[in-house]
Design a protein around this ligand. Structure first.
Ligand SMILES: Cc1cc2nc3c(=O)[nH]c(=O)nc-3n(C[C@H](O)[C@H](O)[C@H](O)COP(=O)(O)OP(=O)(O)OC[C@H]3O[C@@H](n4cnc5c(N)ncnc54)[C@H](O)[C@@H]3O)c2cc1C
Ligand code: FES
Length: 288
């Protein structure tokens, strides 16, 4: 077993700028999604583009309070604006939830590795999103939907604990109507009026037909408990470990490989991740 990850880390894309210096961004729009999650559209005050790859994250600063790493959830081809979906989880995120359209925050990034979209082209694509995991995956999902002709079958599995926790409700309705993708949704616990699947996300796998497993690429993002069971289902469909990409969250501070908060053995998740190829991390005890 090797502890070395061979993929080149993307330490900092904008090498001409100071990676410790937040750049000011204005909140354009705010939409409350659920009791815990709120969506934000932002833009840099200097109108420049974020220039991200799906799967990357930014450090959001509320001055005088702190910073939080947040995944970029918007389509990377949209210039000038970017979107974040933020759960109220503690000090910084609570403060962000008090902000309104017109308020400003500091942004550092984009940081980390993203999904290599070229690896998905010409393949069947299977997305598995659990809970807030839809936010990091959405950037890639929207990109794939926009460039749909470049892929074979596209399947999206999405699970939340309850119907009231479904994020991006309008888009989820669009996914349901979109005949170009196979969309399946589930909730752990049903509620009045819920007529779709009830059960954890792995209960959706019997609905997934994979004709050519070796030619299928999988992207998974969700709560830590989900990975082990989802990966078992994916491997049971004969999809090779090398074709599975996972986005791992770890406690992060600097986001740029300096503080060690995100470290798993010799790996700095903020730089070499958060997106990893499963074959490269399956032997890291703490990773999954
Ligand atoms: C790469 C990456 C991408 C992320 N993307 C998103 C996103 O798109 N949307 C979103 O809402 N959140 C995302 N998160 C999680 C988010 O960064 C944390 O919820 C946030 O930093 C909490 O900060 P806080 O000051 O609000 O909470 P704190 O006051 O610091 O902590 C509140 C509680 O949450 C725990 N906690 C804090 N951070 C984490 C963490 N990373 N993992 C597990 N427990 C934690 C603390 O131990 C504490 O119990 C992401 C995290 C990472 C590392
Ligand atoms: S968050 Fe500081 S090293 Fe990764």
């Amino acid at each position: 077993m090797s502890n070395t990850i061979t993929a080149a880390p993307v330490r900092h894309k904008n090498t001409d700028t100071n990676m410790f210096l937040p750049k000011m961004a204005k909140i354009n729009k705010v939409e409350v999604f659920t009791e815990r999650e709120t969506w934000y559209e932002m833009e840099y005050l200097d109108k420049s583009s974020l220039g991200h790859t799906p799967g990357q994250f930014v450090e959001v600063s509320v001055f005088g309070v702190g910073e939080a790493p947040i995944s970029i959830s918007s389509d990377p081809t949209v210039e000038g604006k970017f979107e974040l979906c933020i759960r109220n989880a503690g000090v910084v995120t609570n403060k962000i939830h008090q902000l309104k359209a017109g308020d400003t925050v500091g942004i550092r990034g984009p940081f980390g590795t993203g999904f290599d979209v070229n690896k998905f082209k010409g393949k069947n694509v299977l997305f598995v999103a659990g809970g807030l995991g839809l936010a990091p995956l959405r950037s890639l999902i929207n990109y794939v939907v926009k460039t749909r002709k470049e892929y074979k079958d596209v399947t999206l599995l999405y699970g939340t604990r309850e119907p009231k926790e479904i994020l991006y409700k309008k888009e989820v309705e669009e996914f349901e109507k979109n005949k170009d993708i196979n969309f399946h949704i589930t909730v752990d616990r049903g509620a009045e009026g819920w007529t779709k699947n009830v059960g954890v996300i792995t209960t959706l796998f019997p609905k997934v037909k994979i004709d050519d497993p070796k030619n299928t690429i999988v992207a998974v993002c969700g709560p830590p408990v989900m990975y082990k069971f989802v990966i078992m289902e994916v491997l049971a469909k004969n999809i090779p470990a090398e074709n599975i990409y996972i986005s791992l969250e770890r406690r992060m501070k600097c986001g740029v490989g300096k503080c060690g908060h995100c470290q798993i053995n010799s790996v700095y998740v903020c730089c070499e991740g958060p997106v990893f190829n499963y074959a490269q991390v399956r032997d890291f005890k703490e990773a999954i």
